[in-house]
Design a binder for this molecule. Structure first.
Ligand code: SAH
Ligand code: SF4
Ligand code: F3S
Length: 438
């Protein structure tokens, strides 16, 4: 009988998309799939290395899986994703781990899994600059109305703190035709929202067409292919966010008015040490241009405190920038040294842990205040909302998102998941809007 696979996904949306690719690969080799960990013959953890606590989660999970393995001697455990690439040897030394596969070797997974019957430890962490998994339609593992498509893999930016270029390898763009085929596939399975993914989608380029297809062109083609659905994208590097893209968003009704633009810091000194290749002034100019061309645009960011050399004054500049831009939401972190990066080798981790925690708390407090203000300003306005499902709190309530990526909760009436409704906002907290269908 064929083996049954269970897969658990950690980290960013790229990993979510990769897990779907992995399932497609193993299913085409006749492996089964289960959502019940206790029914699995093979458990795969698709892992993240971006901060130390992301890796810590996996070590803890392996402790739990050790117990399952004791009860089921034939159970195999595999680690894939960024952590597999970064610390393959350390993982293989762990008695619970049977196989390890890096992000470029998923096509070999069926073979690797089968080999675990013959040899105790199996590993493939070869980089393959040509691997874009073209021709593989990811298998959606849930009934969500949204789908992800990776359009680029890897990263060439080498921000000094970041491990991604080392775990994902060099940047490469997928063939435009393959992407549009996947868009057609998602359309055929009734997908209502597509998110185009890459570490920096703005550097997408496909040279195999008559004319080079850049990101603004690709997103426009996507929007035309699936006109009844919403299109989102993430992530944009501020240094490469072009006016052309902002105009394409403004001109296409189904490309969502939302831009996630990670700023990381508001201090020019820190941005330079981070090798972000833009200044505070450049970033603010991009924000001004967005606000001018798309006045209703939702804005979110990634930002972290406690990087090497960050003084209270530098940190104040980050708070000041957050206050100035008034992001609707932000992913906020404290600096975590990643071995192998430029910063780990050359820049001291010199902000004390208590200071990092204190700054992170102040950042979160400020952002909560801004989110609340922004959300309160939406009271009385009407938004188009794509319904995603029932609210966690009550079966009488549905939830969905506005184009700006804000979550809205409302009484259900005669509508269901996957439909677009107009909702008038009646109340707001820092995290959600409440409204009524009109
Ligand atoms: N490619 C995306 C982000 C990828 S990682 C981009 O460039 O925007 C997601 C976020 O994790 C980053 O934006 C950054 O805010 C944070 N991050 C990355 N490395 C980190 C580190 N060593 N310590 C703390 N946060 C980090
Ligand atoms: Fe990391 Fe920078 Fe690449 Fe984003 S752009 S993945 S932060 S190196
Ligand atoms: Fe994590 Fe790798 Fe994504 S390090 S954030 S899973 S690219």
């Amino acid at each position: 009988m064929s083996k049954v696979i269970y897969i658990e996904t950690y980290g960013c949306q790229m990993n979510v998309a990769d897990s779907e690719t992995v399932l497609s690969i193993v299913q085409s080799e006749n492996f089964g799939y289960t959502k019940d960990i206790l029914k699995a013959d093979v458990i795969i953890l698709n892992t993240c290395s971006v901060r130390d606590n992301a890796e810590q989660k996996i070590w803890n999970r392996l402790d739990y899986l050790k117990g399952l393995k004791r009860k089921n001697k034939s159970l195999k455990i595999g680690i894939i994703g960024c952590m597999a690439q970064r610390i393959d040897r350390e993982l293989l030394e762990n008695q619970t781990v049977d196989f390890v596969a890096g992000p470029d070797s998923y096509r070999n997974l069926p073979e690797l899994i089968n080999e675990t019957d013959i040899v105790p430890k199996v590993c493939n962490v070869e980089f393959n600059i040509n691997e874009t998994y073209s021709g593989i339609n990811p298998i959606k593992t849930n009934e969500n109305i949204s789908g992800f498509i990776s359009i680029t893999r890897g990263c060439n930016n080498f921000c000094s703190y970041c491990v991604v270029p080392y775990t994902r390898g060099r940047e490469r763009s997928r063939d435009c035709k393959g992407i549009l085929n996947e868009v057609e596939y998602l359309k055929s399975v009734n997908c209502k929202e597509i998110t185009l993914l890459g570490q920096n989608v703005n550097s997408y380029i496909c040279e195999t067409e008559k004319y080079p297809v850049n990101f603004p062109k690709l997103i426009e083609l996507t929007a035309e292919t699936i006109p009844e659905s919403r299109i989102r994208f993430t992530t944009s590097h501020p240094k490469d966010l072009s006016d052309e893209l902002i105009k394409v968003i403004a001109d296409n009704k189904n490309i969502c008015n939302h831009i996630h633009l990670p700023v990381q810091s508001g201090s020019n000194k820190i941005l330079k040490l981070m090798n972000r290749k833009y200044t505070r002034e450049w970033y603010l100019d991009r924000i001004n241009t967005i606000k001018k061309i798309i006045p209703e645009c939702g804005l979110s960011t990634d930002v972290f405190c406690g990087f090497s050399g960050e003084t209270e004054e530098d940190f104040q500049q980050t708070l000041d920038l957050m206050e100035h831009v008034k992001f609707d939401s932000a992913f906020m972190f404290k600096y975590s040294v990643r071995q192998g990066t430029y910063a780990a080798k050359n820049l001291p981790d010199d902000v004390p842990e208590e200071t990092k925690i204190d700054r992170l708390n102040r950042m979160i407090e400020l952002q909560n205040k801004i989110s609340l203000q922004n959300n309160k300003a939406d009271i009385g306005k009407t938004f188009e909302v794509l319904i995603e499902g029932f609210s966690k709190r009550s079966d009488d309530m549905l939830f969905g998102r506005t184009q700006q990526n804000k979550v809205v909760v409302f009484f259900k009436k005669n509508v269901t998941k996957g439909e677009f409704v107009k909702v008038k906002i009646t109340d707001a907290s820092s995290a959600t809007l409440k409204g009524i269908i009109i």
